[in-house]
Design a protein around this ligand. Sequence first.
Ligand code: ATP
Length: 265
Amino acid sequence: MSLLDVKDLSVRQADGRELVKGISFTIGPGERLGLIGESGSGKSLTALAVMGLLPAGMTASGSAVLDGTEIIGTQDRRLDAVRGRAATVVFQEPLTALDPLTRVGRLLAEPLRRRRGLRGVALRAAVLQSLREVRLGDPERVARAYPHEISGGQRQRVAIAMALACDPKLLIADEPTTALDVTVQAEVLALLDGLVADKGMTLMFISHDLAVVAGVTDRIVVLKDGAAVESGRVRDIVHEPRHAYTRSLVESAWALEAELDRMAP
Ligand SMILES: Nc1ncnc2c1ncn2[C@@H]1O[C@H](COP(=O)(O)OP(=O)(O)OP(=O)(O)O)[C@@H](O)[C@H]1O
């Protein structure tokens, strides 16, 4: 049985404009699926729709069954139990996703308390262990810091730790490294990749960057203007893209590769 089964999912804004246009895909337990497409192609709205977290005024139709629960059309109150346990999201810019007035330690303590029922000394130890797990050196200092007092890369590690604290079956990573410097990007990506593998988690990874998606996922869905134009195994699509848009993505990724090769010492 799939962990996430999306069928004919559409998202409309209040004036009726269709922003996501009838897309379908499935993710089985332990699989890694990439959603790729240019800015505005509907990747984030797809992720938000399957979590039941669409912005006010937007409506979804079709079906998204997450770990056995139909998300589309289900009341928010009922979805609270599914979110966190079934899936959590790591967003692109952790500074907006993390409450600026709460120290990192408390931010992390909240999901650990809620999900694992930890209190007192055990909770404190779990917070520090979570920070160590995402390779944050000096976890005591980081736990005392406010989000703006640590670097962008460290913030994204905290956001990953918060998502993992919920122990979700499905981790949705929405452009998790796009806002970071290139070197930090590679480190955070390697961390995420390793943690997902270690924990046997299922991953939905969203990015506009084919090289990044190809490195961490097995299958991809290519979105353009809200519609899925192509889907399949990364390897097949990179070698034989069928849709013109996918071809342009693949060609520009290869061109960058060739340029780097040319400059190699
Ligand atoms: N809160 C919102 N209110 C109005 N329109 C929105 C909102 N969020 C997204 N949109 C519109 O919906 C379309 C799809 O946006 P979405 O954020 O899903 O794209 P994306 O592929 O994730 O792009 P990006 O990589 O830039 O985040 C875009 O045209 C965008 O302008």
